[in-house]
Design a protein around this ligand. Structure first.
Ligand code: NAD
Length: 269
């Protein structure tokens, strides 16, 4: 019989590392895991006061421990330190959420090569490093949940997003390989593929449309969302948290290697 084990996780005091959790989707996922009683490690950029506030909110929400580990996901040595420090400070690493990500938009012929390198480094190569370093820790306990925040752009393309789409398709591909390699263990690896979610990353794209088309903010939001997302509304950040929490649960042990759209119908077209 399948029981709801999500509450059991709270008793287990499992440890979740969520990258890029100082803002947007990562922060919302961290809040959901805090409410479920996970110990949390986070990283991401931001002012010290803002980061302290995030940690305080996570503890208030229910995280028995919440630590911030400064690390630039574009630097392999930093990622190595992030994984080691999570394990040392919190005593385990049970759930890895690869969320940190960046965007750059330009037509292919105008795309700055250094922007290509940055997008691939943060969105794809960083996840390679976190996964390769986490798997031995997870194997030692025969439990692990690897959740890669990809995108609908891991499944379909859009103009001016060559690096982002390549990085997210790469992440979806790596998810399948990791799932296959670990299929007989207690470790799963899945990708989550959100459509439009209103976060600072998307705010920049709304602002760019408003400026380009000389329209106001509301009109730019409508233009952005309605072009691709049949629901005509943003996916809420909390929906991402709930989906990740389920994928981390014991009940999701047989779900591995999937790339799950949460996109208001975008990829159904
Ligand atoms: P965001 O810009 O609000 O947050 C990104 C987070 O990543 C921040 O905490 C930032 O500090 C961190 N980060 C960026 N570069 C980093 C680096 N080098 N080292 C450490 N941390 C770094 O963005 P978001 O919209 O919340 O996006 C989160 C993830 O969701 C990304 O992977 C993004 O591609 C994906 N996603 C977002 C949407 C959307 O509509 N917002 C849709 C699909 C997928």
């Amino acid at each position: 019989m399948v029981t709801n084990k999500m509450t059991d996780n709270a008793n287990n005091n499992r440890v979740a590392l969520i990258t890029g959790a100082t803002s947007g989707i990562g922060k919302a996922i961290a809040e959901t895991f805090a409410k479920a009683g996970y110990k949390l490690a986070i990283n991401g950029f931001g002012e010290k006061s803002g980061i302290d506030q995030v940690l305080a909110e996570l503890k208030k929400a229910g995280a028995p421990q919440a630590v911030y580990i400064a690390s630039d996901m574009g630097k392999a040595a930093d990622v190595e330190q992030l994984i080691a420090s999570t394990n040392e400070q919190l005593g385990s690493l049970d759930v890895l959420v690869n969320n940190a990500g960046i965007q750059h938009t330009d037509n292919i012929e105008d795309f700055p090569p250094e922007k290509w390198d940055q997008v691939i480094a943060i969105n794809l190569t960083a996840a390679f490093h976190t996964i390769r370093l986490s798997v031995p820790l997870m194997k030692a306990r025969n439990f692990g949940r690897i959740i890669n925040i990809a995108s609908v752009h891991g499944l379909v393309g859009s103009c001016q997003k060559s690096a982002y789409v390549a990085s997210k398709h790469g992440l979806v591909g790596m998810t399948k390989v990791v799932a296959l390699e670990l299929a007989e263990t207690g470790i799963t690896c899945n990708a989550v593929c959100p459509g439009w979610v209103l976060t600072p990353l998307v705010e920049k794209q709304v602002a760019a449309i408003a400026e380009r088309d000389k329209i106001n903010y509301e009109a730019a939001v409508h233009k952005l969302v309605s072009e691709k997302q049949p629901s005509n509304k943003f996916v809420e950040q909390a929906e991402l948290g709930a989906l990740c929490l389920f994928l981390a649960s014991d009940a999701a042990r047989s779900i591995t290697g999937v790339s799950l759209p949460i996109d208001g119908g975008w990829t159904a077209r």
